[in-house]
Design a protein around this ligand. Structure first.
Ligand SMILES: NC(=O)c1ccc[n+]([C@@H]2O[C@H](COP(=O)([O-])OP(=O)(O)OC[C@H]3O[C@@H](n4cnc5c(N)ncnc54)[C@H](OP(=O)(O)O)[C@@H]3O)[C@@H](O)[C@H]2O)c1
Length: 196
């Protein structure tokens, strides 16, 4: 289910994604944000500056649900991308403030949308943080279903302050080395580490 402020836009994007996914894939539908917010796992994929504005009115619907934050608070100036300070310490902690009672998880900050959509095989790690161990495990399991992504249990939500800040650094490295980096950690047992 794809959400949007505009249900028609969500349906158009859902149709595009269904085309990309091809026949045999699970159905993809589009709806206005309040309908999408009734999913058991809700992914908030809007810019940090729009996060509270989007989430606060939906907070009663999100209570008890798993809400995945992806926002990277950053600005891009002539000097390149830089992290922006957030009063709560991270966009993920700000998200938790915006939807009390939701089971907030933070993930996917270092995975480029272009990589996810692109034809090349992914080979990346995703650091998943949350104060709710069960919600964290659900999201680790969901992300691990994406071929080429290794989802890692990275502990409490406070860790999102670090994972969010990695993204502008990776983007600077992309510029410096004229590439499109993904994050890959060494030293993990293969296949993907089962969290202890
Ligand atoms: N792009 C990446 O590669 C990437 C990688 C890692 C993390 N992230 C993070 O993921 C989030 C989404 O990134 P993105 O590149 O998809 O962002 P985006 O294209 O700028 O925005 C995604 C959607 O957010 C909605 N939106 C924008 N302003 C809004 C507002 N004021 N209120 C409510 N909804 C609003 C829009 O959907 P509607 O107009 O349909 O409502 C828009 O299509 C960001 O927080 C970003 O930091 C992105």
């Amino acid at each position: 289910m794809v959400g949007s402020r505009d249900a028609d836009r969500a349906q158009a994007l859902a149709a595009e994604l269904a085309d990309l996914a091809g026949p045999g894939a699970a159905p993809i539908a589009g709806a206005a944000n309040p309908a999408a917010a009734e999913a058991p796992v809700v992914c908030v994929a809007v810019p940090y500056a729009a996060q509270a504005e989007l989430v606060v009115p939906l907070a009663p619907l999100l209570r008890g649900r798993i809400v995945v934050g992806t926002a990277v608070p950053m600005v891009v100036t002539g000097d390149g991308p830089s992290a922006v300070a957030v009063p709560q310490g991270s966009a993920a902690l700000a998200l938790a403030d915006s939807c009390p009672g939701a089971r907030v998880v933070a993930a996917l900050h270092t995975v480029s949308a272009r990589h996810l959509l692109g034809p090349a095989a992914l080979a990346e790690d995703v650091l998943v943080t949350s104060d709710d161990a069960e919600a964290r495990a659900v999201v680790v399991d969901l992300i691990a279903r994406i071929p080429g992504l290794r989802a890692l249990d990275a502990g409490p939500l406070a860790g999102a302050a670090a994972t969010e800040r990695l993204t502008p650094v990776l983007l600077r490295l992309n510029r410096r080395y004229r590439t499109e980096l993904g994050l890959r950690l060494s030293g993990l047992p293969d296949p993907a580490a089962a969290p202890r």
